[in-house]
Design a binder for this molecule. Structure first.
Ligand code: ADP
Ligand code: MG
Length: 298
């Protein structure tokens, strides 16, 4: 393509809400083999709601569980954090003050309550890293909830597990159509990459016709970048579509990183394409634009 054609291409993109950071980016888009999607906030709405609060310790009330978790989650900006805080507010629970907020991306959060008790909210790995034991019963309950596609987090005070909170998220309305267009229409491989458990990922993938072998789950933010690198080592040219801070390393690593506008600033900075209208269908639009720009003139 001529420099003029490329300029026109990126200009047309801008008009359609596709912020493409350079002609070389537009060129790489039509050479892609694989499109990898983050799950939460990318294929799903990113606005999960709390569905279950399950107590494990017998000296705690269900409302305590939610209250304590909300106190800790109020210090972070993850979609799960918003869901937990909202659930507490909906029940008119007061959210206790906390300090020393700490967020470990892809794992969970911690903070200290007024009485000096440390609270942890996060996945099994986050709790075991902090020396909290998860009983077999609790693990099984988590597994059962995850099998329906729910995301499960554990809540601990000190080194004691007090309960489980599950949240469910809905697929974006255009997710199925986009996966289908990429695969059947454009002949690309579509994969799902998530920090969530494999069980939950499978339930979502099944709704989208993504097969189990195309799921990479239970993975830390740095692991997301490594997963992309591994695909690239197999001579695949890879696009990563994501929204979160946890996706930033993978967005940078990919041949083309694509961020959604409603996501975090960190993701938008790391990406080479930003979908300004926050529409997943614009992933397809970007690829079609690149094809139109680069294949016409060959
Ligand atoms: P995804 O890849 O689906 O966007 P993340 O990498 O952000 O997910 O998170 C992976 C997992 O880490 C979550 O499913 C959850 O178990 C845990 N986690 C991350 N952030 C939080 C948080 N603020 N509170 C509780 N758990 C969290
Ligand atoms: Mg996400």
């Amino acid at each position: 393509a001529t420099p003029t054609a490329i300029l026109v291409g990126t200009g047309v993109g801008a008009e359609q809400g596709l912020l493409i950071k350079g002609g070389d980016v537009l060129e790489r888009v039509h050479q892609l083999d694989t499109v990898v999607f983050d799950k939460t906030g990318t294929l799903t709405s990113g606005h999960p709601t709390v569905t279950d609060c399950i107590l494990v310790a017998d000296d705690v009330l269900p409302s305590d569980l939610l209250q304590i978790a909300a106190a800790v989650e109020s210090g972070t900006s993850h979609p799960l954090a918003a869901a937990i805080v909202q659930a507490a507010q909906k029940q008119n629970l007061s959210i206790p003050a906390a300090k020393d907020f700490y967020t470990e991306p892809g794992l969970g959060v911690s903070a200290q309550l007024k009485d000096g008790v440390t609270v942890l909210v996060g996945n099994a790995q986050w709790l075991s890293q902090n020396a909290v034991n998860i009983s077999d019963t609790a693990s099984l309950q988590a597994q059962t909830l995850a099998a329906t596609g729910k995301t499960v987090v554990f809540v601990a005070t000190g080194d004691c597990l007090i309960g489980l909170i599950a949240a469910s998220d809905t697929l974006r309305a255009d997710a199925s159509q986009v996966v289908e267009s990429l695969r059947a229409g454009l002949g690309l491989k579509v994969m799902l990459l998530t920090g969530d458990k494999l069980t939950a990922a499978k339930a979502v993938a099944a709704q989208l016709g993504i097969s189990d072998e195309d799921i990479i789950a239970d993975i830390r933010p740095a692991g997301k970048a490594a997963a992309i690198q591994q695909l690239q080592a197999q001579q695949q040219r890879v696009a990563m579509v994501g929204d979160g801070i946890n996706d930033a390393p993978a967005l940078s690593q990919a041949d083309v990183g694509i961020a959604l506008k409603a996501g975090t600033d960190v993701a938008m900075e790391a990406a080479q394409i930003v979908l300004m209208r926050d529409r997943l269908t614009d992933v397809v639009a970007a690829i079609e634009l690149s094809k139109a720009t680069f294949q016409k003139i060959r």
